[in-house]
Design a protein around this ligand. Sequence first.
Ligand SMILES: [Mn+2]
Length: 433
Amino acid sequence: MNVEKAQIDAALVEKLNSENNDELQRDFDYLAEKLDRKNLDINGLLEKAQAFSVAVPSWGVGTGGTRFARFAGPSEPRNIFEKVEDCAVIHQLSACTPRISPHFPWDVVDDFKALREHAANFGLSWDAVNSNTFQDQSEQKYSYKFGSLTHTEQAVREQAIQHNIDCIEYGKQLGSKSLTVWIGDGSNHPGQQHFQRAFERYLASMKGIYAHLPDDWEMHIEHKMFEPAFYSTVIQDWGSNILAAMELGDKAKSLVDLGHHAPNVNIEMIVSRLIQFKKLGGFHFNDSKYGDDDLDSGAIQPYQLFLIFNELVDAEYRKQDAFKPAYMLDQSHNVTDPIESLINSAIEVQRAYVRALLVDREALYAFQDSNDALMASATLKEAFNTDVGPILAMARKLKGAAIQPIACYRAANYRASLAHARPAAKGNSSGIV
Ligand SMILES: [Mn+2]
C-alpha cells in the first residue's frame, strides 16, 4: 500500500504471508477451476474484491460497553489521533477499510488539518461525519433530555441545528462528503408526544441543516425503531425516513443500519425499495439476534447480509441511476479486541459482496419469470454456499495486506507494544457511548 507509515512491521506481514502463500495459491487455483466451469472469471472477481471498501467508525475502535457496564480493554485509544492509528492497523491488515467516519463532538480537535494529515500518512481518508444530539455535553446551554431537532422549544432545536452545521464545517476541513443524522428523539409514554407535530418540527429543523449542505455533499438520515426512546421514535422506520428524505431534496437519502429494525423485518426488500426511488444513502453494517445488538457483521445472519448484497449487486448489474451507497461498519465490541472484530467484520461484508457477484443473474431472472421458486432460491444458495475465501485472501495479499489478518495482528503484539504509551484511564465509565 502507498502509505508513509505502517503500524504493523511490514516485514512481519511479509514473512507470515510467505508461509501461507503456497496454500493460498493452491486454494485459489482450485477455486478458479471450479468457477471457470460456471463461466465465471476469477480474476474479474479478484479485481472487484480489491476495489471493495467499507468505512470504519471512529467510535468502533474503543470498547463499546452496554448500559450496564463497560469493560475497558488494554491500550485503548484515548483520542481521535490514536483512534486513527488503530484504524490504520485494520486497513493495513485487511486492505479494505481506507476511510474513517468521525463522530462529533467526540472527535472535535483544534487542528483539523493536522488530523487530516495524520490519517493521510496511513493512507486513510474521511467518510461521513456524524452529529450527536442524543446526549448533553458539559458546555452546552440546553438539554436534549426531551429531544433535540424535534424538541418543543425552538431554542433547543436551534442549538441542535447549529451543532449539525458545525459538523458540516468540521467535515469540510477533513474532506468528508456527507453528514449522517441520527437523533434519539421520541417518547417513552403513550400520549407524551404529538406524533405529527414532532415530525413537522423534525422536517423544519432538517431543512435548516440541509440549507447548509455543500452542493457535492449528501445528508444521510438514519432511522431506529427504539432506544433511547422506548415507546416511539420520531424517525422510527424506513417509511418515516424516506418521507423525510423526499421532503428535503435530492441530497437527502436514507441510511440503513441493520440493527435498527424490528426482528424478522425483510431488510433486503427495504433496500430494493430505496434503490428504486434513488434514496439509498448507505449502510451501517452490524448483526443482531434480539434488538440493536451491534454484534459483528455476519456473526448471526450471514445469509441476510448476502441477500442485502444480492440487491446491491443487482442494482450494479442493472446500472441503476443514482446508485452509489456508502458502506460503513457500526458495531459495539464488548468482549473482543475491537481491531480484531472490525477486521473480521470488514472481511465478512466484503465476502457477502463477492458471493453476491457469483449469482447467475440472467438465470435468476428466467426462474423468476417462469415462477420457478425452487430454482430461483437454489440460484442464490449456490452463490452463497461458494467459499470465496481464497479470492479475499488473494486480494489482501496483492495489496500488501495479510493473508491471515488476525494471526498476523496477534503475532505483532500491537496492544502490548502500546502499554506504556496508552495507560488505562482511571475510573469506571459505563453506558453506551
Ligand atoms: Mn448506526
